[in-house]
Design a protein around this ligand. Structure first.
Ligand code: FE2
Ligand code: FE2
Length: 471
């Protein structure tokens, strides 16, 4: 492990200085990244932002907090420390030493997995580009920048792997990661949810809760990879991802809290007139973001994913805590299916059902957020509750892509869906209303009326800290 040098052009703990070829390749990608950040990154101009920057990976103080002018921000390459004894935890190579190089036979598959992960990172920055202009507080504005710079660093993490281990193909893929853009007609991002808009802060919180959480689960499976540099990269990314989860969870908490407060204070089910977001609208946003995020896990069954597992490229969530043989060749799993036009379950080989396994872990985690939001409602003395819609609701990928289902999981005909979907998904009226609340509050210690202030600030600072200096 080399000591990171933050004075270098590209701060890193991968010994870039000793690999001139790689260093030059990354230094030639860097200006392209910066011009992408300029044109597709946060649109709001700032003097500086109070940011956490990864400067090392050690147990203590990997994160350095300071007010940083964006033009001086340095994205670094940091991998979790290497465990020289690490062995492969699953699949046909179980028990063998983890790979320090890419085995030729798995090169194409590994590259594909890295490109898909890498593609999501800049996509979310693009989706969130205009949110700074309507931030509800300087605290929230700072968190937006934090999430954005870290997604930028996650792109760096994947580009490092492409450059360091995949030769010319890898370098070309690294360029493509900057050419595709969220929502672009000609060159969209690879996955659907990353081409959706994030036009308002309720969407942002739902995105960081539901869609970033998909990222957490994907990174969790790649952290298990036999390809050690990928594993170490993802392990460190997961540390940063924890903050994104916090932003989403507490963001929705605070919206629900404020709505509940205005409902009880004014003894009404519809706090619209008081400038809060009504619970049915929050529910519709939840329905949308949850269902598009479920699609990110792919079909219920997948032979590709079975092969990735057997090869050791991609494991299960918490692989090492599972109490089985970690090869799964004789196991089976029940997966969601459409059987004779009915929502049902069918039994498949555990290996082909791995997407279902991961999606289930994710769903259980999503439910914990809903429980905490419902506790906020209960504590406010309100009988209303939020809920996750049925897994068949609004799906574009997998067993239920060809049918329409209500949030309760009743299959309905297309014409009924067409008539009723406005009750379940955000309408133009809902979105326009939410957008009408999005007036920027860029004054220190102040907050917009539709959201409660956070319980805690960042890094022990109070809510009214000067997290961002605007130009
Ligand atoms: Fe990320
Ligand atoms: Fe993230």
């Amino acid at each position: 492990m080399t000591t990171p040098d933050y004075g270098e052009k590209i701060p890193n703990n991968v010994g870039l200085r000793d690999d001139r070829r790689l260093q030059r390749a990354l230094e030639s990608w860097q200006p392209n990244f910066l011009s992408w950040w300029q044109s597709m990154g946060p649109a709001l101009n700032t003097k500086d932002v109070y940011l956490r920057t990864a400067v090392n990976v050690g147990r203590e103080g990997w994160a350095h907090f300071a007010h940083v002018p964006m033009k001086d921000y340095r994205w670094g390459i940091f991998l979790a420390e290497r465990d020289a004894q690490r062995t492969i935890a699953f699949g046909q190579h179980k028990g063998e030493p983890a790979w320090q190089q890419v085995p030729g036979e798995y090169r194409a598959d590994l590259q594909r997995l890295i490109v898909i992960q890498g593609d999501t990172e800049p996509a979310s920055v693009e989706q969130q580009r205009n949110l700074g202009a309507t931030a509800p507080s300087l605290y929230d504005l700072r968190n937006l920048f934090q999430v954005n710079v870290e997604e930028g660093r996650h792109l760096w993490a994947m580009v490092y792997l492409l450059h360091a281990y995949f030769g010319r193909d890898g370098r070309e893929e690294a360029e493509e990661l900057l050419h595709r853009n969220s929502g672009s007609e000609d060159a969209p991002r690879i996955l659907g949810a990353f081409n959706e808009e994030t036009p308002d802060w309720l969407s942002f919180f739902m995105f960081t809760y539901f869609t970033d959480r998909d990222g957490k689960y994907q990174l969790g499976t790649l952290k298990e990879s036999a390809f050690d540099p990928l594993s170490r990269t993802c392990e460190f990314m997961l540390k940063e991802e924890a903050h994104h989860m916090m932003v989403g969870t507490t963001g929705v908490d605070r919206v629900v809290e404020r709505t509940a407060q205005l409902m009880t204070e004014n003894d009404t089910d519809d706090p619209t007139a008081y400038g809060a977001i009504p619970l049915p609208v929050i529910q519709k946003y939840l329905n949308f973001h949850y269902s598009v995020s479920l699609d990110l896990f792919g079909g219920e069954t997948s032979t590709n994913v079975a092969n990735y597992y057997t090869a050791g490229l991609k494991g299960r969530w918490m692989e090492e805590r599972r109490k089985d043989d970690h090869q799964l060749t004789d196991h089976s799993i029940m997966v969601d299916a459409l059987i004779e036009g009915q929502i049902a379950q069918s039994e498949v080989a555990a290996l082909t059902g791995l997407n279902t396994d991961l999606r289930r872990e994710y769903i259980a985690d999503c439910q914990s957020g809903v429980n905490r939001w419902n506790k906020i409602l209960a504590d406010a003395g309100l009988p209303h509750r939020l809920k996750l819609p049925h897994v068949a609701f609004n799906r574009k990928v997998g067993a239920f892509a060809g049918v329409q289902a209500t949030p309760d999981g009743d299959l309905i005909a297309e014409d009924e869906w067409a008539r009723k979907q406005r009750n379940w998904l955000p309408t133009e009226v809902d979105k326009t209303f939410v957008r009408s609340l999005m007036k920027p509050v860029h004054e220190r210690g102040k907050i917009a009326a539709w959201i409660a202030p956070p319980r805690n600030g960042i890094n022990g600072k109070p809510f009214d800290y000067d997290y961002v200096h605007l130009t």
